[in-house]
Design a protein. Structure first.
Length: 506
């Protein structure tokens, strides 16, 4: 049976607060200072403008992000990066509270929580703008509330948990790998209470639906227009296609024997990745702790094992290289680390006496070691690549130009153009008609007509497709630019192209 132990409220809460504070200070110190690329720049641009982000829309993140953009310090890009830092640090604090609920003493819980903070994956997510840190926070809050329910059986905890589940879904599609599992475990555990008080089930369903209310933002925003950009969200098919990530279905491989084999086959790579982004002690002790939790406290142990298995399965069968998709696994390993360390200290105290309890403080060596090892890789405070990139591109464009470009370049350029007001004379346009990131009125089609009135340029990864896509001839300029493509950094060399009509002298 799970030991329904609660650490002293003051000590446990203080440990969580300290872990949150230390993580927040480190994250803010190493925060990306400005605009990013691709999805990360989209997460800076659209919340500020109250636009609609790339699939799956992330309405909760967008609305919360808008609040952060109102903080009167630094740039809007920095404020959105700050949201990631605060959410990640809060997730660390909640992880400490979860361990406290499992009987882990405050110093060990704080040490394991800070070890989570300084693993490579969470640290990276904490320093770039996106909704992943908020996802981990909501998952941690949901797990914590499930434990509170399990120990105290209060009706209000079922309602709070249901609300958190709805908010989790409103933030990130990955909630589908967490919410149904937690809900199943809690409903089975609460079957007597739900049978005796049926209104609890209806109330929980209502609380869950309340958590989904942020999704109303998408059609409401679409009503404000412009229709050429947002009209699709006013139909069910368009709305559902966006929030379900329909355009990415081809990369999803689920519900087959092959998908299970793929997950099993990915395990060595996943283990190597976990170790490389932390160390053998973190991963080994985390796995051992989860095993002990499963043996000693079956309900919560089975819950975290199920969550970890589904998390790994989903990661392996969708893209297979999105490291932030394993954040739930990192949280579970941190909980396991704290649990294993607590049991180890208890065993030593039983054999060696009270002085052995001082060994609990030894766990603090682990987060220090991880912080030292990972600092250089995850300190983004001097990373000005986004600003350099946008400055180079804008400097290469003449007055009143139209620039045709691709997602990873369009988003930082649109941020500087739309939010910071750089080069208001320009018009930015994506190949992808669904790239909802620019503040300009849609450029009339075709470009063969536009080029008669305005200079048209292109910045792309694959220039050989320009003639087919635009109907214009690309003329390479002398401007060489470092380009981003699918990653957080600009890693490829490319050129700016002037587009001209057939037979026109550039």
């Amino acid at each position: 049976m799970l030991e329904r132990l609660r650490t002293g409220a003051n000590a446990g809460d203080l440990a969580a607060l300290v872990a949150f504070g230390v993580a927040a200070v480190v994250y803010v110190r190493t925060l990306l200072p400005g605009v990013g690329f691709g999805d990360w720049a989209d997460a800076q641009l659209n919340p500020d403008r109250l636009g609609i982000m790339h699939p799956t829309g992330y309405p909760l993140y967008t609305l919360l992000g808008k609040l952060f953009t109102l903080i009167p310090v630094e740039s809007v890009a920095w404020r959105m990066n700050l949201l990631s830092a605060v959410a990640a640090a809060a997730a660390v604090g909640v992880a400490v509270l979860i361990m406290g609920r499992l009987g882990v003493r405050p110093v060990i819980a704080a040490g394991a929580g800070l070890a989570l903070a300084f693993t490579g994956t969470l640290w990276q997510e904490a320093t770039f703008s996106e909704m992943n840190s908020l996802h981990l926070l909501l998952v941690a809050l949901l797990l914590h509330r499930a434990l509170v329910w399990w120990a105290e059986r209060r009706d209000r905890d079922l309602l709070i948990g249901a609300l958190l589940a709805g908010l989790c879904v409103s933030n990130h599609g990955l909630a589908i790998t967490v919410v149904p599992i937690v809900a199943l475990f809690v409903v089975v555990d609460a079957r007597r209470e739900l049978s005796a008080r049926p209104w609890l089930l209806a109330g929980s369903a209502a609380a869950f639906v309340l958590g989904l209310v942020p999704y109303l933002y998408l059609p409401l925003r679409a009503l404000a227009g412009p229709a050429d950009v947002y009209a699709t969200f006013l139909t069910w098919d368009g709305f559902f296609a966006h929030v379900s990530g329909q355009q990415f279905r081809g990369a999803m491989h689920f519900l087959s024997v092959e998908s299970v084999a793929a997950a099993m086959g990915a395990m060595p790579q996943i283990v190597d990745q976990l170790v490389s982004l932390s160390n053998v002690v973190f991963v080994g002790a985390g796995v051992a702790g989860v095993a002990l939790l499963l043996l000693r406290d079956r309900w919560f142990g089975l819950l975290v094992v199920a969550l970890g298995a589904v998390n790994v399965y989903f990661y392996a069968n969708y893209m297979g290289d999105l490291t932030h998709y394993l954040l739930t696994t990192w949280l579970i390993l941190a909980i396991g680390l704290g649990y294993a360390a607590e049991l180890g200290v208890r065993q030593l105290a039983g054999r060696l006496g009270a002085p052995a309890v001082a060994l609990a403080y030894a766990i603090l060596v682990l987060p220090i070691a991880l912080a030292v090892a990972n600092w250089s890789a995850h300190d983004q405070s001097a990373n000005r690549d986004g600003e350099r990139f946008t400055a180079e591109v804008f400097a290469a464009l003449p007055l009143n130009a139209v620039l045709v470009t691709y997602w990873d370049a369009l988003t930082p350029l649109s941020y500087e153009h739309c939010v910071e007001g750089v080069r208001p004379d320009l018009s930015l346009r994506a190949y992808d008609e669904h790239a909802l990131v620019t503040c300009d009125l849609p450029i009339p089609r075709p470009l063969t007509d536009v080029v008669k009135r305005r200079p048209v340029y292109a910045l792309v990864m694959f220039p050989k497709d320009l003639r087919r896509q635009t109907g214009l001839d690309p003329i390479q300029t002398t401007t060489r630019i470092r380009l981003p493509y699918g990653k957080r950094y600009a890693e490829y060399d490319g050129f700016m192209y002037k587009l001209v009509a057939d037979g026109t002298t550039p």
